[in-house]
Design a protein around this ligand. Structure first.
Ligand code: B12
Ligand code: SF4
Length: 508
């Protein structure tokens, strides 16, 4: 009989059952928005790419079971011969509980992934074996040793052993409960040559860009397209989709005929290339996560942020990108060393004045292994290793020019200010005005995107105002703007029903 290998991605534990987080609501879909968007049966925002990739590396001689605890419960009594656990830092607390439970039953446990790679000593206390590096390089050896009963304590990938992504098998999407997710996740490249102080990406993926062949990416999307409906938005998890523009253009040309919607992450450099922006929009690109991080040069310098971030150019570049019908998911890190409490109001006002469609704030967080964390540790400023609190929404270090409570309240303030109904109105009207005037996309695509950005903003309002009250908008004004937003939503939903089925205007 075949041996069974179970691979689990644990669900982050709640540190306060009363607290609502953006991520716990599957990327902010409050029940209200979920009803409207028909997404109630979805349990998580993104399919676990990690699980699907790890599953694809298990040879046929084994049975493989993939469990994403975000969408299904673990049956601790089900028989398995080997447990593989993978998690990011936020899920580590839960990951260790699962590991200990399986080991008590005598089942060998292997741990890999971001967190274990950064905290190997800690992870080894809960594992029989530890995998440090990319699975494409390590899995074959590990499973061979398992088969021969000779698992080693540590499997480490050397820098020279980084896998060639052309050899990657298709992820095992068939082994996941795809109907439980909003967005399928796809990866087309790995690596980042930048060294932003707070970021973990290049530590794991290395400093060089490595690309998957475009035809493989397209093959993968085709293999899951039928399983997701029309409303699906693919999340391309690449850390900078605009890194090598000629390759991105080629990717967009290949994506266009698939008639899908997608989002990804990129730098402001994309605003320097009109052809790229047009191709992003016309191939179904709808949202771009852009790391602004800060609105002061001094902070960007401390962070060693990507040189594409030039504050003097922020406003024109935002306008340019959003005018192509893209909504920017703008991320800002709050509480850096030279920042005092004025950062919260200044950053929120910048977001509102520049009509950023989907802003996100994070408290500076000392994720293990980063240059930032090493510096804060040297200075004795890391306050806790309670991993379940490492969500970017709570304060885990001692800021320099404010107290931890001031940073926590400032985080709430910034969210509540930008997601008040009045400021949602101001931001969205500004962004949509650009879409209506300049976007190359047809009306039906714009209406769909307007509905989606509005629903998401309403969800973020819901989550933000569950936090302790730190910004107090005028209640009467809020009622008026809430009504105006609801009317706009109804109007767009009506228009969408009239336009439903209209095709995309252009295929590249
Ligand atoms: C998609 C994504 C998300 C999705 C997660 C969806 C999901 N369930 O997978 C969403 C949007 C929900 C999300 C949210 C957050 N994220 Co995020 N996210 C990413 C992103 C862009 C891609 C992750 C991914 O799928 N990678 C591809 C998979 C295949 O990689 P992998 O898991 O590392 O697995 C590989 C190796 O690690 C190894 N491996 C893994 N396990 C094992 C096991 C064995 C046995 C072996 C041999 C090998 C092995 O092999 C795999 C293939 O090569 C990464 C950045 C990046 N480029 O990776 C950030 C990243 C993971 N996120 C990060 C963070 C901080 C967050 C947030 C806290 C928000 C924030 N920015 O502050 C929240 C927290 C969510 C929560 N649970 O509360 C950090 C994590 C740092 C850390 N130490 O944990 C990252 C690295 C980004 C960064 N800039 O630093 N995120
Ligand atoms: S924040 Fe972005 S640009 Fe900076 S190191 Fe991380 S992935 Fe690279």
């Amino acid at each position: 009989m075949k041996k069974n290998i179970t691979i689990i991605f644990p669900k982050k534990e709640l540190f306060d059952p009363e607290r609502v987080e953006f991520w716990d609501l599957a990327f902010g879909y409050s029940s209200r928005a979920a009803v409207m968007s028909g997404s109630l049966k979805k349990k998580a925002s993104g399919t676990s790419l990690t699980l699907a990739i790890l599953g694809s590396l298990v040879p046929e001689e084994f049975d493989v079971t993939l469990i994403d605890e975000y969408v299904e419960e673990i049956d601790f009594d089900k028989k398995t011969d080997l447990l593989i656990l993978t998690f990011f830092t936020t899920e580590a607390t839960r990951g260790y509980i699962i590991a200990d439970t399986f080991r008590e039953k005598g089942i060998p446990v292997i741990i890999g992934g971001y967190h274990a790679s950064m905290m190997p000593d800690e992870a080894l206390e809960h594992a029989d074996s530890l995998a440090l590096g990319e699975a494409e390089t390590l899995m074959a050896t590990i499973l061979n040793d398992f088969k021969n009963g000779s698992l080693k304590r540590i499997y480490r990938m050397e820098e020279s052993e980084r896998p060639d992504l052309a050899d990657q098998p298709l992820p095992r999407w068939d082994k996941l409960k795809l109907e439980s997710y909003h967005n399928p996740m796809i990866q087309t490249m790995r690596g980042c040559p930048m060294r932003c102080e707070f970021c973990s990406v290049s530590l794991l993926w290395g400093p060089k860009y490595r690309f998957r062949p475009i035809e493989k990416v397209i093959e993968e999307i085709r293999s899951i397209k039928d399983r997701f409906g029309e409303t699906t938005r693919y999340m391309i998890v690449d850390d900078d989709i605009s890194a090598i523009r000629s390759r991105t253009k080629e990717l967009c040309r290949a994506l266009a005929p698939l008639n899908i919607s997608w989002m990804s992450q990129g730098s402001l450099a994309m605003a320097n290339d009109n052809e790229l922006l047009e191709l992003l929009a016309m191939s179904g690109g709808t949202r771009m996560i852009v790391g602004f991080e800060s609105i002061t040069e001094e902070t960007l310098a401390i962070m060693e942020k990507n040189p594409a971030n030039k504050i003097a150019e922020y406003s024109t570049k935002i306008k340019k990108i959003q005018s192509y019908g893209l909504a920017i998911i703008s991320t800002f890190v709050l509480g850096y060393d030279n920042e005092d409490v004025s950062v919260f109001e200044n950053t929120a006002d910048f977001v509102i004045d520049n009509h950023l469609g989907l802003p996100q704030f994070f408290c500076v967080t000392p994720f293990p292994g980063t240059v930032l964390t090493k510096r804060l540790e040297r200075e004795g400023r890391v306050l806790s290793h309670d991993w379940k609190r490492y969500t970017g929404t709570t304060v885990q270090f001692m800021p320099e020019k404010m107290t931890p409570d001031e940073l926590q309240d400032g985080y709430y303030y910034a969210n509540q200010k930008v997601y008040s109904f009045k400021n949602i109105w101001k931001r969205l009207m500004g962004m949509w005005d650009l879409w209506d005037t300049f976007s190359p996309n047809p009306r039906n695509v714009l209406i769909r995107e307007k509905i989606d950005t509005l629903l998401l903003n309403l969800s973020f309002n819901y989550v933000s105002y569950k936090f302790p009250s730190c910004y107090k908008p005028d209640p009467e004004e809020e009622k008026d703007y809430q009504k105006k937003l609801n009317n706009i939503l109804k109007m767009h939903l009506h228009e969408r029903s009239m336009l439903l089925g209209a095709p995309r205007a252009v295929n590249y």
